[in-house]
Design a protein around this ligand. Structure first.
Ligand SMILES: Cc1ncc(COP(=O)(O)O)c(C=O)c1O
Length: 408
């Protein structure tokens, strides 16, 4: 990489800034040989629960563990259907399948790319039936009961949770938030007339602390947050081979504990999360300002009045995405695509029976989205250069279009 290149993600700078404190965590773990459980895990869990505004946080091995444990602990059973979105990282659906359930999809909102409550309503009303005896909702095509909804706060943008919670209540479904990309994102509940953090809205929520997240460990880590004492206790057992007391196993669980060193590191980084998120929001505001004039074809992220996004990713949408990405790569600017192929069209899910065209909004988005560099230390000059390159690309395209039509 050339010195003046702009990486898609800069994980080196924040670790350099915090190096002394982070190394001290490692030394402390070495001095006490406290590698599993102990005060560092308990301390982080307490701090993160407080940050999210929940009664409990249970540290686990990864975000995938967190989604899986949250689903099992809230009561999803093998053979149940769990409804989510297709434009998420595969871990969301892997965890559903690993809980023994069947993932199914509803399409997303055109502007936020998050679960569209109207499409969920249609799914539950038209594609499902209520069993007269049990009162449970059955998916007509699959012939299986629907147990839960997993909205994903994608890119750090909160899902419109009020209508989803209403539908869940009406149809007797659980809501487990996938907050793996949304540490600190806030949602204004019009119903409750209050702001809530992502992770504090559903029955339980899952977080990933994969290094590139807004709050990232120096390895693998995750957490489940909940206000429910029973769910929290269940997740604590699930992460530790089904035991609450050593060698007394109430159930079969997993090796899914949060590593103590990662917990200590996360506890230190958590103190910076609000400031880091503010910097991300400021970067988003600047992108907005710099790019608004770019081209009517460039769609910028949409933040409704009820959302305070934390911009895990800054995703724009263009018609000529691949050409723009190439143009930026040639200018030394890193970008990403999150995600190029929706899950319902992945080989891994051929068995679910979906076809191209089944979820048109998320399919169209996948063809045009591009994630620009976004991190707290992204400098103004770097943003200026990124924006200038996008503007250049847009105006070159316009010139080309004008001259092409002039010769037509
Ligand atoms: C939306 C979403 N869900 C789940 C996960 C899984 O988290 P992890 O990679 O920590 O297992 C991720 C992480 O990338 C994610 O982005």
């Amino acid at each position: 990489m050339q010195a003046n290149n702009i990486p898609f993600l800069d994980l080196v700078t924040p670790h350099r800034q915090l190096e002394g404190e982070l190394v001290a965590v490692f030394k402390q773990a070495l001095a006490t040989a406290g590698f599993i459980g102990g005060p560092m895990v308990a301390g982080f869990e307490q701090d993160f629960a407080q940050f999210c505004g929940t009664r409990h946080c249970v540290g686990v091995g990864s975000g995938t563990d967190a989604v899986r444990f949250a689903l099992i602990a809230t009561g999803v059973k093998p053979g149940d259907v769990v409804v989510t979105v297709s434009n998420t990282f595969i871990a969301t659906t892997e965890a559903i399948t690993q809980a023994g359930a069947i993932p199914d999809f509803v399409d997303v909102d055109e502007r936020t790319y998050n679960m569209d409550p109207e499409r969920l309503r249609y799914y539950l009303q038209a594609l499902c039936r209520v069993d007269g005896t049990t009162g449970r909702v059955y998916n007509k095509r699959l012939g299986r009961p629907v147990a839960a909804i997993v909205p994903v706060h994608l890119y750090g943008q909160p899902v419109d949770m009020d209508p989803i919670s209403d539908l869940a209540e009406r149809f007797g479904l659980l809501v487990v938030e996938d907050a793996c990309q949304a540490h600190g994102a806030e949602y204004f509940s019009r119903k409750e007339k209050s702001w809530k953090k992502a992770g504090a809205i559903g029955r339980a929520a899952a977080f990933s602390f994969y290094p590139g997240k807004n709050l990232g460990a120096c390895g693998e880590a995750g957490a489940v947050t909940t206000n429910d004492d029973v769910i929290a206790r269940q997740v604590r057992m699930l992460r530790d081979h089904g035991q609450a007391q050593k060698y007394y196993h109430d159930l079969e669980g997993y090796n899914g504990r949060l590593d103590s060193i990662q917990a200590g590191i996360l506890q230190i980084k958590l103190r910076h999360l609000t400031a880091w998120n503010e910097k991300r929001r400021e970067c988003a505001r600047r992108y907005q300002e710099l790019l608004t004039s770019a081209d009517h074809e460039l769609r910028l992220p949409y933040e409704p009045f009820w959302a305070k996004a934390v911009y895990h990713l800054y995703v724009v949408r263009v018609q000529d995405r691949d050409a723009l990405q190439k143009h930026l790569t040639e200018a030394g600017i890193g970008t990403g695509i999150h995600y190029p192929i929706p899950l319902h069209l992945q080989k891994a899910y051929a068995n679910l029976g979906y076809r191209k065209g089944d979820l048109p909004v998320c399919e169209a988005a996948a063809a045009g989205i591009l994630s620009l560099p976004m991190y707290p230390d992204l400098a103004e000059e770097q943003q200026d250069r990124i924006a200038q390159n996008i503007l250049d690309f847009a105006s070159a395209k316009t010139t080309y279009q004008i001259s092409a039509s002039a010769h037509a």
